[in-house]
Design a protein around this ligand. Structure first.
Ligand SMILES: Cc1cc2nc3c(=O)[nH]c(=O)nc-3n(C[C@H](O)[C@H](O)[C@H](O)COP(=O)(O)OP(=O)(O)OC[C@H]3O[C@@H](n4cnc5c(N)ncnc54)[C@H](O)[C@@H]3O)c2cc1C
Length: 469
């Protein structure tokens, strides 16, 4: 059986937003550089034999099958960039982002972004690591890039930015059109299962293929481990580890929380604007946060919980205030209503104070208050129980949602082993990383896609510097 090796200037593993965008940015830079060259033959300088040199300059562009020599009559690919994608189509996760509407990024100054990422060994490690990527290619640059290619955006009150047609597929189409225009070769159904570093660069093997790929530079942009059906099943960790990288154990982030003996099941689907979460561990209040909350059949979700989930552990207590009022303010308001309207039913008064009907009835039941109880007949202890159920209700965390349903993976490639100015490995020269495969997890609101595009851009510029040198 004869094995052949196809050589490229750069290989990118993973056609998610980080990988596709890095390929586009790198091809754009290479194209500008190549435009000033008299011939493209010099591109083959990394390739020792003439047959391979010809292949470098005439890569074959088709999906799902092993390239054959006979197919080399296609246009010359000046950038010689190969993207290998395991799924049958690129960027499955991008397509489901923001429920298919794609919350591309967030509004506001880029320095505000830095507080919205977890990851790294210490507090703020991820922010320090990401700073250069985000400042080099910020939210305005991202919007301008897509804007120049015909996408219009709208910003929600909460700062989330979406394409005006609310279609993630419009964002992907722009990326695919650009990749096509720049003659980037994307091989789908090509799952990389091994990577080896040699004096000539990296040798990459794809599952079920006899052909191997070689390049002096490789970018791993395989995403994390969450929503594995979209293609991100942690392969990037295995590939990087095989080259000596340390992997911070992956775990779910942006995950709903499953509550032990959850008493609010019947309220599933109810959401609250501006609720408050206090996170308690071993009796100590370790964090508080406000935001939008959603009740599920098994526990709690919504941006408030998802964004806090990277800090939440089993056996923690989540103390929830469902209202914008503090406990004291609510108690005073309730007292005033009880005194002013002694004949009103307590549950009706609760609805007037901002609780929904179903919630008011359930909270009365949980506080052992019969539904016919009037304001005048409410014992003080039950009144206090009602106040606590509304403004300081404790929930015992059973576990976080699995990686199957977490939107993002926390953990990944250890940031200490990656140069934050270029996204190049500190361990293996020529190896780069971008996107969620890194030990970075952003909040909801567009922070993860921004990180994917920003790190992809910086990796492309790092790779392009390597080509120059
Ligand atoms: C339901 C959901 C909704 C989301 N909504 C938003 C949102 O609105 N806004 C936001 O900012 N973020 C959102 N995110 C997060 C965001 O989509 C990701 O952070 C982002 O897609 C990461 O981009 P990436 O390119 O690093 O990885 P991915 O998008 O995961 O892409 C990695 C690619 O690599 C491929 N791959 C993996 N292994 C191999 C291999 N061995 N060989 C070849 N290819 C391989 C995969 O098939 C995949 O195509 C959401 C996530 C989910 C799950």
């Amino acid at each position: 059986m004869s094995f052949s090796i196809h050589a490229y200037q750069a290989i990118i593993i993973g056609a998610g937003p980080a990988g596709l965008f890095a390929a586009i940015q790198l091809a754009e830079t290479s194209r500008a550089k190549n435009a000033s060259r008299p011939t493209e033959a010099s591109q083959a300088k990394n390739v020792s034999n003439p047959a391979e040199a010809s292949r470098v300059n005439n890569p074959i562009r088709h999906s799902g099958s092993v390239p054959t020599d006979g197919a080399s009559a296609e246009p010359v690919d000046q950038s010689s960039i190969l993207v290998l994608e395991r799924k049958e189509k690129p960027a499955r996760k991008l397509l489901i982002s923001g429920s298919g509407q794609c919350n591309l990024t967030h509004a506001g100054p880029i320095n505000n972004f830095l507080d919205h990422y977890g990851g790294g060994a210490k507090a703020q490690s991820a922010a320090r690591f990401l700073k250069q990527a985000l400042y080099n290619f910020d939210n305005q640059a991202l919007l301008a890039w897509f804007g120049a290619r015909g996408i219009e955006f709208e910003t929600e009150e909460n700062g989330k930015i979406f394409p005006i047609d609310r279609r993630a597929s419009s964002i992907l189409k722009v990326l695919q059109d650009e990749a096509r225009r720049l003659a980037i070769q994307i091989e789908t159904n090509s799952r990389v299962h091994s990577i080896r570093s040699s004096a000539d660069g990296f040798i990459i093997h794809v599952e079920g293929q006899e052909v191997s790929y070689r390049a002096p530079m490789v970018l791993i942009a395989t995403g994390g481990l969450s929503y594995p059906k979209t293609g991100s099943s942690g392969d990037g960790y295995t590939l990087a580890a095989s080259l000596g990288h340390t992997i911070v154990p992956p775990r779910p982030a942006l995950s709903p929380v499953i509550i032990r003996d959850f008493a609010l099941k019947s309220l599933a689907g109810l959401s609250f604007r501006d609720a408050e979460l206090a996170l308690l561990r071993e009796g100590k209040r370790i964090a508080t946060k406000r935001g939008d909350l959603l009740i599920t059949h098994e526990g709690l979700s919504g941006p408030l919980i998802l964004d806090s989930s990277r800090h939440i552990q089993p056996s923690d207590i989540l103390e929830i205030n469902f209202l914008p009022d503090t406990l004291d303010v609510f108690r005073n308001r309730l007292d005033a209503e009880l005194q002013a309207k002694p004949r009103r039913l307590v549950r009706a008064l609760l609805s007037e104070l901002g609780l929904t009907k179903s919630m008011a009835e359930l909270f009365c039941e949980l506080a052992n208050i019969p539904l016919k109880t009037t304001a005048a007949s409410l014992p003080r202890a039950n009144r206090e129980a009602l106040c606590r159920l509304t403004c300081a209700q404790p929930f015992l965390v059973n576990h976080l949602g699995s990686l199957e349903i977490a939107m993002v993976t926390a953990g990944g490639i250890d940031l200490a082993q990656v140069k934050s100015g270029t996204m190049e490995s500190r361990i293996v020269p020529g190896l780069f990383f971008a996107g969620e495969v890194l030990d970075i997890d952003g909040d909801t609101g567009g922070y993860n896609l921004q990180a994917a595009f920003s790190t992809g851009t910086l990796a492309a510029s790092g790779m392009s510097q390597l080509i120059k040198s």
